[in-house]
Design a protein around this ligand. Structure first.
Ligand SMILES: [Zn+2]
Length: 267
């Protein structure tokens, strides 16, 4: 494991208090499973297993060049109890389309928000291709789709119920349940501090979102493969220790009549 670049003795997260944090249900995901990122993914999953974090959803990029051994690894992870989710197709854009995309790219997504370069029909095509890929590889069809950089792009969310192949979509503000396209806003914590400049902005963002999580009883913990060894690695560990009531994204689906909702005990 890479040592922490900047250990944080007392993360700001401590302010939320253990009693309130206990009541907050947490959705934990690891982003960007691609062949090139798998060494970092494995290190991150080893950390999550040591900390007994489960369930964990893994965001897989289907068009990133998986070979047979890589697919076998995904099957092994699925068999071990990890949930797989769709995450774009290539996770990169070949062109920037329009002023909004240019700004988003500059401020937030750099060049990964591939939906922003597409029109609605092309996005629906990408969603269908992504969903079908999992079945083609002998993997379970995912419940969840997360567009790269959480940017859904030009497809109206009301369309997703009729034309989108996934039951749930995660966007920047929360999670959309496809049947009616309702958005449930859910606070989001992130740790992608690959540059020192990003640290204060992300810390402030996370502090605001921990307060929102305490009020709302729900939080998303979004981990990128390198995060544990970056500058906010200690903040990530503190949040994983703080939010111990973890649930699966599928728990956000409307429960069938008579079924209990709540936490999952397995990963
Ligand atoms: Zn991503």
């Amino acid at each position: 494991m890479v040592p922490l670049a900047e250990p944080t003795p007392l993360p700001a997260a401590a302010a939320a208090g253990p009693a309130r944090a206990e009541r907050v249900r947490a959705l934990v995901s690891v982003h960007d499973l691609m062949p090139a990122s798998m060494p970092a993914v494995h290190a991150t999953l080893a950390l999550l297993e040591r900390l007994q974090v489960a369930p964990v959803t893994l965001l897989v990029v289907p068009g990133a060049g998986w070979d047979r051994a890589g697919i076998a690894t995904l099957r092994t992870l699925e068999a071990a109890g990890y949930r797989l989710a769709g995450h774009g197709w290539q996770h990169r854009v070949t062109r920037i389309r329009g002023a909004y995309h240019r700004l988003h790219s500059l401020l937030l997504s750099r060049r990964v928000a591939e939906h922003l370069a597409l029109d609605a029909d092309a996005i629906l095509g990408l969603l269908a291709r992504c969903q079908a890929w999992f079945g083609d590889q002998g993997l379970r069809p995912p419940t969840l789709y997360v567009p790269p950089a959480w940017a859904l792009g030009a497809v109206p969310r009301q369309w997703l119920g009729a034309a989108g192949p996934f039951p749930l979509y995660e966007v920047f503000r929360g999670v959309i349940a496809a049947p009616g396209g309702q958005l449930q806003t859910i606070p989001l914590l992130g740790y992608e501090a690959d540059r020192a400049l990003r640290v204060p902005a992300i810390r402030l963002w996370n502090a605001v979102n921990r307060r929102r999580a305490a009020a709302q009883g729900l939080v998303r913990i979004a981990i990128h493969p390198q995060d544990p060894s970056l500058r906010l690695g200690a903040d990530l560990r503190a949040d994983l220790a703080r939010y111990r009531h973890r649930i699966d994204y599928a728990d956000l689906l409307p429960a069938p009549a008579g079924a209990a909702s709540g936490s999952s005990s397995s990963r």
